[in-house]
Ligand binder design. Structure first.
Ligand code: HEM
Length: 434
């Protein structure tokens, strides 16, 4: 941790040090950007005092708000994901000693997301082959067909008003990842709440994690149990799906244990939709709030690819990620002790004026440049090519099918949490048919 004395001696890189960053108020209304701007310009390597850092639940100590710092330090292997406490050797965060099999702690311990090399390299190596841009491109016709099917269901469902999250933004990526893994369609709907609980546990607990823990363990066990059953089925009857491919890798080269296989599938299910649903939801909300941009997309749906990239930048589905200092480092004049939990504010880096001109402006035609929405370095999002394509297809489909789409009300409800940034629902009016 940043030691007490270092925290007191901390000399700000600018003339002003701001009050401790307040997670609860920053993320409450879904618009953290004015607060980010203050920290990014006045206190870009912000250190929280002991009491606040401990109160965050995740032990966040230093926050990096600038694009250059985020980019540089996410690539620096002196900051890692695993942190072994000297006293009990347990991994942090969230893992409790001797976790029960299939509990959240046991499964999360095997997520590539939370591991450093060499374990990370092995886990990622196996899944990598399914997510290359070439492999993903092959899914395009299937994803387009799913998007059109969902759009048709939207039109048929509730008359004019629909909830875009429940009826389009959630089912699309969930159908895609479930289909890729080979999970039967009829089973996929039950995962929303299970995967949602696991995502909440990965998320940063704005209002405390305590009440979640028991439920999260239960949800993880349920999902793991289902996957173990499916794995057993695929072992005897392999198919042309990602699950069979991962099982094959396991049998072939002894590279994934069954526990690792289950954990990897759970990570893909959670990461595969908790994020993309928010790209589609946040992106559509931003387009509705900028009618000129929506009209531009409707007039030219071919802009959807660039629009998805700009919307990823403008309102990132993942706002934060974190590392631990594996050795002492100095960031922006601030000494960071070994073990310090450093948070990277990706959503702030995406609004950095030194990198993006008029960064607060939504412009779906801009040459977007290097967004931080998928992270950077060895943990750079495995699913980025897939997510980009899903976003592109979703926005193009909505623009083509529902050119008169509009907000039912400007008051929207954001889900709690700081890492995953998204709406609980988005009521829209489809307008009269084109
Ligand atoms: C818009 C959608 C998405 C966003 C914004 C997003 C964002 C991210 C970010 C920021 C990271 C890096 C976290 C870190 O460095 O600590 C990450 C990692 C990851 N993402 Fe995504 N993601 C998205 C979609 C997907 C999809 C569709 C999949 C898979 C189907 C996926 C699978 C993963 C995996 C497995 C990792 C861990 C990679 C590693 O540790 O090496 N993501 N994602």
């Amino acid at each position: 941790m940043v030691s007490g004395s270092v925290a007191k001696e901390y000399t700000p890189v600018t003339s002003q040090t701001l009050p401790p960053f307040d997670f609860a108020s920053t993320y409450r209304d879904g618009n953290p950007y004015p607060s980010y701007a203050r920290y990014r310009t006045q206190d870009p390597v912000h250190v929280l005092p002991d009491d606040i850092a401990n109160g965050t639940g995740a032990g966040v100590r230093a926050l990096l708000f600038g694009h250059t710092d985020c980019m540089r330090w996410l690539r620096d292997q002196r900051l890692g994901r695993e942190w072994h406490q000297p006293d009990d050797g347990q991994l942090l965060p969230r893992q409790r000693p001797n976790p029960e099999p299939d509990s959240f702690g046991a499964v999360a311990n095997l997520f590539m997301l939370f591991r450093d090399p060499p374990v990370h390299t092995r886990l990622r190596g196996v899944a990598n082959m399914a997510f290359t841009p070439r492999q993903v491109e092959k899914l395009r016709p299937q994803i387009e067909a799913m998007a059109i099917e969902l759009a048709n269901e939207l039109r048929d469902a509730n008359g004019d008003d629909v909830d875009l999250i429940g009826q389009f933004a959630f089912p699309l990526p969930m159908l895609v990842i479930a289909e890729m893994l080979g999970i039967p369609r009829e089973d996929f709907r039950k995962f929303r709440s299970l995967a949602g609980d696991i995502a909440a546990a990965i998320d940063f607990p704005v209002d405390g994690l305590g009440e979640f823990l028991a439920r999260v363990d239960q949800s993880t066990k349920e999902l793991a149990g289902y996957l173990r059953w499916l794995i057993a089925t695929r072992r005897t009857e392999p198919r042309d799906d990602l699950l069979s491919l991962l099982i094959h890798a396991e049998a072939d080269e002894g590279r994934l244990s069954e526990e690792e296989l289950v954990a990897t599938c759970i990570l893909l299910l959670v990461a595969g939709h908790e994020t993309t649903v928010n790209l589609i939801g946040n992106g559509t909300l931003a387009l509705m709030r900028h009618p000129d941009q929506w009209r531009a997309l409707v007039a030219e749906p071919g802009l959807a690819r660039n629009a998805a990239e700009e919307l990823l930048r403008y309102d990132a589905p993942v706002q934060l990620t974190a590392r631990h200092a594996l050795e002492p480092v100095e960031i922006g004049g601030v000494e960071i002790d070994k073990g310090t939990h450093v948070s990277f504010v990706l959503g702030s880096a995406n609004r950095d004026e030194s990198v993006f001109e008029q960064a607060d402006r939504l412009d779906i035609r801009r040459d977007v440049g290097r967004i931080m929405s998928f992270g950077m370095g060895i943990h750079f999002c495995l699913g980025a090519p897939l997510a980009r394509m899903e976003g592109e297809i979703a926005f193009a489909t909505l623009a083509r099918q529902f050119p008169k789409l509009s907000l039912v009300s400007d008051k929207v409800h954001w889900r709690p949490g700081a890492v995953f940034h998204g709406l609980s629902e988005l009521p829209l009016s489809l307008g009269s048919p084109p």
